[in-house]
Design a protein around this ligand. Structure first.
Ligand code: ADP
Length: 584
């Protein structure tokens, strides 16, 4: 596959080539077609001009031919010969003939001359035209030919003159001249749009439909007539081409001028059309080139995109695999950490319990020792009563001993329960029983410190979600903390209130102690946080309790009660009674 730079270079090269060839073809096409069309149009116009020239030449010749024969006819009339011989006496008769001939033929004038050029008679008297004896007319007459000449008359009119000899006995008796009015012929030319002119052998304009030209020198028509003096004389702003033909008997040249503009316009029009066609073709080719390269570029871009996507997918897959393996690793580590935490936590729970038991050891030994010494006393009494055979008293003392051992067994059972390792599963638990059991564990201290215990255990049979052993530990912790806080107080009091709500159950443990210092309130649930002296507190009780309650989906919070003292609220999910499944 070509790279992007090569594609671009190819595109530029092809475009430049196409445009260059297009421009060359455009110019060549415009020139060739334009020239061809101009020539075609020029040929068509030339043919039309030639046609017009022929028609006008015929018309001119025809008009003059009508008069050509008249002087010959008059010259052969014997009466005229006789009259000329009798001149000047016969001048009046000749004038009559001249008048009749001119009038009947429409000639401008009919003139009779003696061979030396002396005027004998003439029909017209409004102009004068002296005929020189050595002029071309008389010279031709004396040579026996038909004389022809164009004349500018004294009144400004132009005439064509035919001259013929009047024959005597083998000699020339005189001459007869017939003047033909050229202006009456010229009037027909006024209908012709294009300039037309007839020039004599000397190059003088004899006739023309452009009055300014008449009797002037012939303009130079060797090239197209464009502006300049000739055009100024023509008084026409457009360009002209000249076409001429000779009029042999008259020795004149007939010329028509053609408008050159149609030739140029034809060249321009067809040249432009050809250029436009070539241009269109070039643009078509360019469009094809553009399309081809656009398709090429698109396919290149798509291929590049596909490659990029492939690369991205490959990279992502690799990253994902790495992430996956590190996640799996993390999961294993986390699992191990959680197991360790669980183990540590349950060890801590045990440690906490042992700590609580340790704290209570004095009270507990009192709890055991006191009934033991009582048992001892009752047993000694029973022995004394037995010696005295007072069986009723013996029985009474033995009954008391039995009651005291029951009590000790109860204490022992509670302590065993408390020290037992909890079952990790839990279900519905009677909150009242949990509280009662916990109070039994701390009963010795409560009694010893003469604490007023006020409890409201809520509606009977109220169940919460949680394990009884761990919940008991929480309550024991809260009560022991309350007792610690109230140490040395005159009237210590603990208030345990259970309130039932729709979804949960709240257990509030409040004391009449000094409350929790506000600065330590945010930290009391932190592990190892304690305000108690060394050897007195581990700072684990609340932290363990907090985690136990959290494990059950509940919360443990602390605040200072408005009536004084600290208040811990244990919030647990409510459970149905028939769900009793506490495994602890
Ligand atoms: P310990 O009892 O070993 O100090 P705990 O986690 O049980 O650890 O308690 C942390 C701290 O919380 C106590 O040191 C005490 O400052 C405060 N505290 C706990 N209960 C109460 C209470 N009822 N009244 C006042 N302060 C309390």
């Amino acid at each position: 596959m070509l790279n992007g730079v090569a594609v671009r270079a190819n595109y530029v090269r092809l475009t430049a080539l196409n445009l260059l060839v297009g421009a060359l073809l455009c110019a060549a096409g415009a020139y060739l077609v334009g020239t061809f069309a101009s020539n075609l149009e020029a040929g068509r116009l030339s043919a039309a001009a030639q046609e017009s020239l022929n028609v006008q030449a015929e018309a001119l010749n025809g008009a003059l031919d009508k008069y050509r024969i008249l002087p010959v006819l008059l010259g052969h009339r014997p009466d005229i010969e006789a009259l000329l011989g009798a001149a000047p006496a016969s001048a009046a008769s000749l004038r009559r003939i001249a008048l009749t001939s001119a009038g009947m033929s429409g000639a401008l004038d009919v003139v009779f001359l003696q061979p030396d050029g002396t005027l004998v008679a003439r029909a017209a008297d409004t102009f004068n035209d002296p005929i020189l004896p050595d002029g071309p007319l008389l010279r031709a007459v004396l040579q026996g030919r038909l004389g022809r000449d164009e004349r500018l008359l004294s009144d400004g009119r132009r005439a064509y003159v035919f001259a013929s000899a009047v024959w005597g006995d083998n000699a020339i008796a005189g001459a007869v001249l017939v003047y033909v009015d050229l202006e009456s012929i010229e009037n027909n030319w006024s209908l012709i749009n294009n300039p037309i002119l007839a020039t004599d052998a000397t190059g003088r304009v004899i006739m023309s439909n452009r009055p300014a030209w008449r009797m002037g020198p012939r303009p130079d028509f060797s090239g197209p007539v464009r502006g300049g003096a000739a055009n100024a004389m023509l008084d026409v702003p457009t360009d002209y081409l000249a076409r001429s033909r000779a009029l042999p008997p008259l020795k004149w040249t007939l010329t028509v001028l053609l408008q050159a503009a149609p030739i140029r316009w034809a060249g321009l029009f067809w040249g432009a059309l050809a250029a436009a066609l070539v241009l269109g073709l070039t643009l078509l080719v360019q469009t094809a080139i553009n399309r081809f390269f656009a398709a090429l570029r698109r396919s290149r871009a798509q291929r590049a995109l596909a490659l990029r996507l492939e690369r991205i997918v490959r990279d992502r897959t690799r990253e994902l695999l790495q992430t996956n393996s590190s996640l799996a690793h993390e999961v294993v580590e986390r699992k191990a950490a959680v197991d360790l935490l669980r183990r540590t936590q349950s060890e801590l729970v045990q440690t906490g319990k042992m700590a609580a038991l340790g704290q209570m050891s004095t009270a507990l030994s009192h709890e055991i020792n006191q009934p033991l010494s009582a048992v001892k006393t009752y047993a000694q009494n029973a022995l004394v009563y037995l010696e005295r055979d007072r069986t009723d008293e013996v029985a009474d003392n033995l009954k008391r001993i039995s009651e005291l051992t029951d009590r000790m067994a109860e204490v022992s059972r509670h302590l065993r329960n408390f020290a037992r390792k909890p079952n990790p599963t839990f279900g519905a638990t009677s909150i009242a029983k949990v509280i009662e059991d916990a109070l039994a564990v701390v009963a010795a201290r409560l009694r010893e410190e003469q604490v007023v215990l006020i409890k409201d255990l809520g509606p009977p049979g109220l169940m919460v979600r949680g394990g009884p052993v761990r919940l008991q530990q929480v309550i024991v912790n809260l009560v022991l903390n309350a007792l610690d806080a109230m140490a040395g107080q005159q009237q210590p009091g603990i208030f345990i209130t259970v309130t039932s709500h729709a979804e949960h159950v709240d257990v509030a443990v409040r004391d009449s102690g000094p409350g929790i210092a506000p600065e330590v309130l945010p930290q009391i649930f932190d592990p190892f946080f304690t305000t108690k002296g060394v050897g007195q507190g581990l700072g684990l009780g609340l932290s363990i309790s907090f985690n136990i309650v959290k494990d059950f989906g509940g919360t443990l919070s602390a605040h200072n009660a408005p009536e004084g003292g600290a208040c811990f609220v244990l919030r647990l999910d409510a459970a149905e009674q028939d769900q009793v499944a506490a495994g602890e």
